[in-house]
Each structure stands twice: as structure tokens, then as C-alpha cells.
Design a protein around this ligand. Sequence first.
Ligand code: GLA
Length: 741
Amino acid sequence: MSISVNQQAKVFHLQTAHSSYIFHVMANGDLGQLYFGRKIHVKDHYDNLAKRERREAMVSWGNDVDDFQPDNLKTEYAAFGRGDFRDPAYQIAAENGSRISELAYAGYHIDEGKARLSELPSAFGQPSEGVQTLTIDLADPLTGLQASLHYSVFEQEDVIVRSTTFSNLSDNKIILRRAMSAQLDLPDSRFQMISFAGSWARERQEVKNALKPGIQSVGSLRTASSHQENPFIMLARPETTEDTGDVFAFNLIYSGNFLDQVEVNHYDLTRVLIGIHPEEFAWTLDPNESFQTPEAVLSFSKQGFNQLSQQLTNFYANHLVNPRFAKQSRPILVNNWEATYFDFNEDKLLAIAKKAAELGIELFVLDDGWFGHRDDDHTSLGDWFVDKKKLPQGLPHLADAVHGLGLKFGLWFEPEMISMASELYKKHPDWLIASPKRQPIAGRNQYVLDFTRNEIVDAVFQMMAQRIEESHLDYVKWDMNRYITDMFGSELPADRQLEMAHRYILGVYHLYQRLIDRFPDVLFESCASGGGRFDLGMMYYAPQAWTSDNTDALSRIQIQYGTSYGYAPSMMGAHVSDVPNYQTGRITPLSTRGRVAYFGDLGYELDITKLSEKEQQEIKKQVAFYKRHRQLFQFGTFYRLQSPFAGDKNVASWEVVNADRTLAITARYQFLNRPNPAYLRLYFKGLSPDRLYRINGSEETFFGDELENAGYAVDQILDINQPMTASADFSAHLFIAQAVE
Ligand code: GLA
């Protein structure tokens, strides 16, 4: 049993394999948070954990409940305006304008398993997998507001998923001004907050700060989870390492505006709030209407960051990603974008596809530029019809030819967008998002369709469905290349304008769901100018995402390393591209580019028809090597070994280990070569301590505990006796540990 309830004392204890989450009903009927952390025993009650002394100069509920000082408490879902002065988990405005409400315990029930949400991406789980869901009903008799707090316990993966459903049981309308998915109050503030900030082409760089009194937060008001911040954050004890120590993870299964806020108050209590950003949100609940928040993912590890990432990865594979693809090996692709940009015809594309087939590549992806009259990025978004000038014989003809080569065929769309120079705009100038009487602001010369309107989503669905059907597409790259400005819903009444951003994302999810229902075998890859929507909402529909437009090997090490804390390698599209790199101008060896891209879903994004014979042979070898170890690279247990964000930032290494720990591949990257370097050792992780391994086929064998604790000697990178033909900077070395039979 993962959920234990003491009905008399009204104590709820959720247990995962290694953690406990405990709360109870307090004297005022509100829910008090008692504990989240390392697993502890189930008891009848935990008075000691609930203990509070009366403090001076505090607001007190002295009349009916003695000693009740809300600002001094840890709670589960805080209200506004009743004595807790921290930011609340929710807030309403009643018909008379009052923002005050008070939710009190009204009952609970437990469901076996975890059902999917109907309009939002969500976690799911079967009773047979030991998944249970606790729902606590809270009610405010004065306003008629009801809130149901859901806690799904994924015991094996050490994950708890939370969300809230609000219902209006009154005869009046109630406006939700804030509806966070989860709140977690922790007893002290001795934590580092770790978040992942960035920009286009440098997504998810690790940021670490000690908590300070007051509010610290990350968030987005771009109507996308964004390049700039990511909804995934961690709170870790300062002494926590990759392998030891306590750390909490928080993420949101959502792709729109979000807020992850951490507030430390005057008693050193730490409150985490995670949910839709309240700044651009409100929702009107008419009588009998409900509102479902997105789901928040909470996870705890006492064994440091690697363990935390691994349990999240397991959770995604078992309970979040489309089961059709969650554990299915992903094809090695070639994408024509950086090879041709907008300038191609069928011959050029087929030459790439042919070469791809020769090299062992499995999927050909036709990127931007195949539709309308799209010779540059000023036109044609929304006209999802083939450009007969470039492809006079049509898409199905090309698709047949690609399929005929034994390759899968994939196509790029940017479904949410519209160019003013398009047939669609001529027909429906009112379909784009714009604020009345203002010229909307362009981004990459394009505008955003109002996906809150069903007829617009439907029109896009029809066009996409035709293309997918007629060309038997195996794969779709769904791009989104600008953030939304001028947010205004032309069909929403004035008092519902703040619903627009959330309704927009619901429209995006609706289109994804329709396409997946209709084409269950099509693999979707999400993209947003690279990694601008790399979030769990997207991963529910599209099992992999384009990690970044920056494919420079060195930058990619940092981006993939940062991303790996909160996301699985199989979620990261990772391509080998040309040098000098388009984003950095850097020249890195082909071997290094391959050895970085192996640790994700491998692809090639360069003109493979222009490669030298030597490069072709090398790519052929890379593809064969990746195929041999694909399961390990995409679904093995991933360990971070050396961080490119730490020390002198010159070295990074990571490792994947198979399930029975008989095979591990470690990559060690060195950015700049150092003269006369110190002796180096590489420390493996996750091996079987008692087994013997060979490294790269070595004569000598090594015990797992030896490789883990004493390490393996890394050769000097340069052999000065060899003639120098290329730069030795940006080197990448693989160490394959194979167990001896
Ligand atoms: C975005 C994507 C790229 C490519 C271009 C096409 O920038 O991130 O991979 O698809 O759009 O315009």
C-alpha cells in the first residue's frame, strides 16, 4: 500500500519506494504539510512534526481555535487573505469582488491507478503497476468553491504527481485568479536552487544559487516553456553531489506560461509553488463548471542528482511518454535543413536520401520550405500544400522514392503559424492573434494562429492529415519558431481575456491528440527554434524534441549535460552537423561530433552528398556503432560523471550502463588541450562491483569496484611522436566497459 490513511487523526502518509510524504487535517480544517523526504515509518499521528509555538506580533485565529497562526505553518494548498502572508497556491475573486476564501477538509477517496486527464497531457498508470491516487476534497461553504487535490503515487519510480481540480458549486460565478498545480512547504531553507536558464542556441545551462529570504523564481510569459527558463528545477542540500545527498525535483507537465517560485519566510520555512504563471491567467467558473490545473511532478532522492535523474527517466518511460514509442528505439535520421535550407528540388533531396541509405541512415526528414512558395522565411506558413515549383511531381512521389530506398520519410510543419504572405492569410486575415487596432508584432516574419478557436485548429488538422496520409509519413517535426505577443482572443469576452494563454496551449494539445489518435504510428518530434519548448507537456505527445539549433559539439555537451538533469537521453534529438559550425564558427572533429550526438537520438544534418570518401566511411562506422549500441544510448541508465559547468570547465564526461550492468559506454570530452598535463583517471559508475570488465577490449581486466573507486588511467591525449595533422582540441574518447563472460 503506497497510501496510508489514519481516518481518525486524518493523517495521510504517501510512501514511494524511498520517500515519505505526510500531511494531515489541522484544527481549522485546512491541510497541514508534515514531511517530505527520506522514507519513514507509518504511525498513527505525528504531533511532533506538527508542533508550533505561539509567536508574538502574528495574526492569530484566537476565537475558535487556540494558537492558530497561519503564517507559522506548513500547509498543502495555501489560501490568500486569512493570515498566511506568503504567496498563496490559489486565489479567487467572488461575484462581490472579495478575494478571500478558506478551504476546509471535506473528505477523501483513493483510486487504484492514475487516469489520464482529458484535455491536458498527463501522467498515467495502471493499478497493476502499484499506482494509486489519493484525492482530498476541500470546500469553502461561503463561496461554494470546491478544490480537489490529487496525489498520484508512483511507488517504484519515487514520484508523486499532483494537481488540483476547482469546481464552482455556487449559483454565482467565481473567478480563479491563481491556480497553482502544487505547493510544497519545507521546514527550513538550507537548499541550493538549481534551475536551467538559457537562450536560443544555448539552452538549459545549469544555474545554482543558495536560497535567500524572500522570493526567487523562474518562469515564462512567452506562452511557451521557453529557451530562457525551464519548468524543471531542483532543491538540493548544499552537500548533495551526483551520488549522495538529498535533492527534490519539481517539474510541470505543461508547455505554456509557468511559474516555479520558492519563497523563504521569516521562520525560515521554504514554500515551493509550481503551476501556470498567475500573471497572465484567470479563469471564470460559471456555476457547476470545473477547472483542471496541469500536473506537477515531484520527486525526492537521498542519493544525489544521478539517482534523481534516473528515477525521473523511469517515470517518463513508464508513465508519461506515449507507450507506442516510450521504449521503442528511435530511427537515425538525416535532415536536409542545414544541407539545403530553402533551396532544393526532388533530385537534390533524393541524392541526400540515397547517400543516407548507403550510410545506413534510416529516416529522411524534409524540413522547412516544401510548401506554398517558401523560398525564404517571409512567406507561406499556413499553406500546407506542396510547392509545385520545387517538387513538381508532388510529395507522394518523393515519399514513394524515399520509401523505395528503404528509408522512412518525415516532414516538417509549423502548425501554429501563419505568414501574412500566404493564401491562408488572404482568406482568413482574422485568424492570427492580434490586439484590436494594433499592428501585431512579427517574429521571424510570422504570426501566430488563434488556436483557441476550434475552426482554426480543425483547418490545420485537415491540411496536416492529408499530407500525412497521402505520403504515408512516418515522422513529423512540429516546429514553433516565435513567442506570442499581442495576446488577445477575438472571440473571448472582455472578462475572459486572461484565459487566452491557457486556452491557446489547450488548442495545441488538442491538435496533437487528434493527430496521434488518427495516426498512432507517426513519431512526432517537437521543436521550437531548437529547444524552446523542451518540456513534459510536449513529451507526452512527441517522445523526442530537437534539443537546440546549436549543434556545435562543445556547446552541445553543455546543453545536453544541463538537459540531462531533468530529461531522458531518448528525449534529446542530437545531430552531427557541418564545420565550421553555423552558430559558433568552431571546427571540431567529426569523431567528437558523433560521440556527443550518440548520447541522444542520433541524426545527421549536413550535406552528406558533399562528404569526402574518408568522412563517408567515418559516418558509416558511426551509424553502425550507434545501431549496435542504440538501446544503451537511448534507454540505458545515464550517469553524469564530470560537469562542464564545474571546475576549470575544460572536461566533461558521462556514461550509459545497460540493465544487467554488463556493458557501459563512457565518453570523456576535453575542450582545450593542455601542455604536459597531469595524470588523469576516469571513474566509472553503476558497474557490478564483483564483475570483471575489459576496457575497449583490453587484455587486462578490471573489477567493477576497481573502475568505480580506483578509476581507469586515461592516456595522454597527444602522442608527440606522431605527425600532427589536425588540432587536438575538442577531443572525445569513448571507454567501453564490457563484462568478461
Ligand atoms: C527552426 C528549427 C530548425 C529548422 C528551422 C526551419 O529554427 O529549430 O531545426 O527546422 O526552424 O525553418
